[in-house]
Design a protein around this ligand. Sequence first.
Ligand code: URA
Length: 238
Amino acid sequence: MAERLQKVIAEAGIASRRKAEKMIVAGRVKVDGHVITKLGTKVETFSNITVDDEPIERESLHTYLFYKPRGVVSTVEDDRGRKTVVDYFEDIPYRLYPVGRLDYDTSGLLLMTNDGKLANLLMHPRNEVAKVYVAKIKGVLTSDEIKTLTQGVKLERFKAAPAKVKVLKTDHKKNTQIVQITIHEGHYHQVKRMFKAVGHLVDKLAREKYAFLTLDSLTSGQYRELSKHEVDKLMQMD
Ligand code: URA
């Protein structure tokens, strides 16, 4: 992801953003060997940056697969003081942020990264990857309702793309059902809205799979770093 030069210098711990701006204007900063004095110049992750001819250290790129618990917000900060996904990464020295969102009351697989290029790529509507959710819903889906979901249910402002639906368990006594649903989009509350559109409330929601990634042996609140091979594979989904 291209970032503003003064931000990159500040994040490398060289100077505050204000001081970094002064350094740029004073002609002390080079990008790939060229003096840059224009503020706001965008630089790439791979650009070579020097200050007074000393290379700056860029933050290395890391991506983690996180098992988000229920009752946690998928933001870096919360103005209501609730626990955030970033709170689970206190021991990790990188500025991680979530790739997309899971609702406060949704659990499951969430990628956390400081790699802007990867995050942008994965969240771009053109590349929306397959996401598998398991929902506990109120009531029991009829075959017509399943057909509507698999053909693309109409929501308020748009029509959801066709979903894959698999009923995992039906409890006729309690009048509930466990349903696996696979979608490629990532609109706000999308799965809940899709079920609501066919007349069912979602009681519990979990994301079990994201592209080829699963939660494997992680338990709620745990994470593991993705391997280079996994990151490369995600990058190639472009
Ligand atoms: N769909 C939802 O409704 N909620 C989520 O957290 C994710 C997808």
